[in-house]
Design a protein. Structure first.
Length: 500
């Protein structure tokens, strides 16, 4: 029999409805928790005093891994603090944010009064200095045990109204100070969230956050997922066959696998286990269609919506991002490269994973949902008509200037060497930027002084040349005649940065 399976013909318990957990964080003792190599790696790393990070896409089980690891650490005598950044808020000053961190730390360690007194009397320190000093002078000073701080949902810092580079720099400083102050050997951090190491510290003049152990959280293998089969069917052979078909679609993605397993169980419970097909693939395929592949499901499933929005709302160049995904989907050999921002964005969206050092579409569900038609529909698409009637397709960007290497060369003395740039932004948005030309760039007779969102049939005048902007798919929301004065681009000065 499989671990935890019921005997053939035995009625299903109503408690089984809670066995498969869809979304959310699993309890540390949840019977449907699937242990992976990451469980061993993270626990061993933290017990050895290593700074760790678990940085991956959503609904991969990061928080459940954290809860389970924290329980094991407490069982071995360590003090553990979990700081969920979503609980602290975003519309805060630095003082309020760091105070919120300390309040939660003090509460979990039973040191609320000591932390409050320290924060009140040490007001000469900056917020980050106060937080880190409190860790040393209050938290570590109260006991001899090791202290592990889990910082969950770290991507929240990107929505704060102030820079948090110094927060991560201070964590790195705790690591570096171990040589001079042995007390810091008892303090360990684990960061979890949807981010890349390079995104944790945004200032290029600051050393990147490159310390500690990066724990890879992978999809379930068939062997790891075997405990999930126990509730699918009382017959172990049938249960394994059903799990195999489920993994055929999900490839072990934690959320997709748990959800499809639960749907199969509920379908069998609805039909009655004695009448339900044992390992009927059509049944599982039909459930998969209903849950993930139908038009309605694509607009309702949380995971599919996250992948879609992460792709389409990424700060990366959307056309290049979709072009890269299209290559992966067409089974082109694309090596996994952590230094490539587009590969990082694909990985963080969850749409791809790495296998043998190369990228692949994560699973068959994603391959069906995010298909060539989806790529075509969402890829920025525009053309620039030249005075002689030729049309130049714009997928990502189009530089305009007097001569090569511009994408569009306009040979005339009134055209600057690098005159203007059209840049794709978000979904079906194309912005025109004047690059400081001598004679200016005009749209519909108005001089461009700041980036302007182009609309179909806009007339662009550069020197003696008149260009016409064409677009087959306009932005999802009509913005009207908007310049950057009236709307902030989704990444401040993104367009201007990319021109240099």
């Amino acid at each position: 029999m499989l671990p935890g399976e019921q005997r053939h013909g035995q009625a299903m318990s109503t408690s089984d409805t809670a066995f498969y957990v869809i979304g959310g964080t699993l309890r540390h003792d949840a019977p449907s928790y699937v242990e992976r190599q990451a469980d061993n790696d993270l626990l061993a790393g933290l017990l050895n005093g290593e700074f760790c990070s678990v940085l991956t896409s959503r609904q991969m089980g990061k928080s459940s891994l954290m809860v389970r690891t924290a329980s094991k650490l407490r069982g071995q005598g360590a003090k553990v603090v979990v700081l969920d950044l979503t609980a602290i808020g975003q519309n805060l000053t630095p003082e309020q944010w760091y105070d919120g961190l300390l309040v939660r730390l003090g509460r979990q360690l039973g040191l609320e009064d000591q932390v409050e007194e320290f924060w009140r009397t040490e007001n000469r320190l900056s917020p980050v200095q106060g937080f880190m000093t409190a860790l040393h002078d209050v938290a570590l000073a109260q006991s001899n045990e090791s202290l592990v701080l889990f910082v969950d949902e770290i991507d929240v810092v990107r929505s704060l109204p102030f820079a948090t580079d110094e927060f991560f720099s201070a964590i790195r400083e705790c690591y570096n100070r171990r040589v001079q102050d042995p007390e810091f050997n008892r303090l360990t951090f684990c960061l979890l969230g949807v981010a890349t190491p390079s995104e944790l510290i945004r200032n290029p003049r600051t050393t990147p956050f490159n310390i500690g152990l990066r724990v890879e959280l992978t999809d379930f293998t068939e062997a790891e997922a075997l405990p999930l089969a126990a509730r699918l069917d009382g017959n172990s052979s049938n249960a394994r066959a059903m799990l195999e078909r489920i993994l055929h679609w999900t490839n072990g993605h934690p959320y997709l696998t748990q959800r499809l397993c639960r749907a199969v169980w509920e379908e069998r419970a609805r039909c009655g286990s004695e009448h339900a097909p044992s390992a009927a693939w059509p049944c599982i395929d039909e459930l998969c269609e209903r849950l993930f592949l139908s038009a309605r499901a694509r607009e309702q499933d949380d995971n599919l919506l996250f992948v879609r929005e992460r792709m389409l709302r990424s700060e990366a160049d959307l056309a290049r991002l979709l072009n890269l995904y299209e290559q992966v989907r067409n089974q082109r050999v694309i090596p996994d490269d952590e230094g490539n921002e587009f590969i990082n964005q694909l990985r963080l969206s969850g749409i791809v994973s790495a296998s043998n050092g190369c990228l692949r579409v994560r699973n068959r569900i994603y391959a069906h949902v995010f298909d060539p038609e989806w790529i075509r529909t969402n890829k920025p698409d525009a053309e620039l008509e030249t005075p002689d009637g030729r049309r130049l397709r714009i997928e990502s960007s189009c530089s305009i200037g007097r001569a090569s290497p511009n994408d569009l060369a306009l040979p005339d003395a009134k055209v600057s060497r690098r005159h203007a740039l059209i840049q794709a932004q978000k979904q079906h948005e194309f912005w025109l930027v004047d690059l400081g030309s001598s004679n200016g760039t005009y749209v519909n007779g108005r001089r461009v002084t700041q980036p302007v969102l182009l609309k179909p049939s806009d007339q662009i005048e550069i020197g003696p040349f008149r260009l016409v902007f064409h677009q087959s798919r306009t932005p999802a929301h009509e913005l009207g005649d908007i310049t950057i004065c009236e709307q902030t681009l989704h990444s401040d000065t993104t367009i201007l940065k990319r021109t240099h």
